[in-house]
Design a binder for this molecule. Structure first.
Ligand SMILES: CC(C)(COP(=O)(O)OP(=O)(O)OC[C@H]1O[C@@H](n2cnc3c(N)ncnc32)[C@H](O)[C@@H]1OP(=O)(O)O)[C@@H](O)C(=O)NCCC(=O)NCCS
Length: 189
């Protein structure tokens, strides 16, 4: 079995948050951070696979505190799971204010990446050499995340969109929405 260690693809990247990245009140747009994280996930996964990779899904993005213009954001990425062609990259983003010395955890999330050959077909990736208990735990977390993502996709395809209009009425009851009278009359919509 061809394996590579976690450390071989570990990636750390730091970037200064400039005014062009921010809204009118100086807070950096979430999409800018996502774009930076996506590139770092690409670097990490392509180092492990030795190939071109694509982003398939992102799990758990949650911005815990705002990032300001002038902050230095650091993204730390490491592979937590390797499947046949897929890899899960664990990402941690911190923002550092150089004037105050304050360092804040901004986001932790998981990027699923898939390795492809030049002709677009799926490419097998090396396995992950797990050298300590933390790496073993993280690999198990990755396997669980992959399984949960599959269950969620199957559920969305079958259960949610397969339920009756009456069940949907009851599902949204008490939620912050109002069913328009035209929709109430059109039970086939
Ligand atoms: C993701 C993609 C490769 C899946 O192709 P597919 O023919 O359905 O292949 P499979 O179902 O065999 O999935 C291939 C691998 O991706 C994984 N995968 C598929 N969908 C996934 C999802 N939504 N989340 C996480 N992993 C996923 C599978 O588990 C499988 O992993 P494994 O090889 O390690 O077992 C294909 O849909 C694709 O190329 N999407 C476009 C991705 C892209 O271009 N991204 C850039 C943004 S524009």
């Amino acid at each position: 079995m061809n394996v590579k260690s976690v450390i071989e693809s570990e990636t750390t990247y730091t970037e200064l948050m400039i005014p062009a990245y921010a809204n009118f009140s100086g807070k950096v747009h979430g999409g800018i951070l996502l774009s930076i994280m996506d590139k770092v996930a690409y670097v990490c996964a392509s180092k492990h696979s030795g190939s071109y990779v694509v982003t398939v899904s992102v799990e758990g993005v949650e911005f815990l505190s705002p990032v300001e213009v002038g902050d230095l954001i650091t993204v730390k990425a490491s592979l937590i799971y390797a499947g046949r062609s897929s890899m899960i990259v664990g990402m941690r983003t911190e923002s550092f204010n150089p004037r105050t010395g304050e360092n804040r955890h901004t986001n932790s999330c998981y990027f699923s990446m898939v390795a492809k050959n030049d002709d677009g077909t799926l490419r097998s990736v090396p396995g992950l050499l797990l050298k300590n208990k933390t790496e073993l735990i993280r690999f198990c977390e990755g396997k669980w995340l992959k399984e949960q993502a599959r269950v969620k996709r199957d559920t969305l395809k079958s259960d949610i969109f397969g339920i009756s209009i009456e069940e949907m009425h009851s599902m949204v009851s008490g939620e912050n929405c109002r069913i328009d009278s035209a929709l109430s009359e059109d039970q086939t919509a």
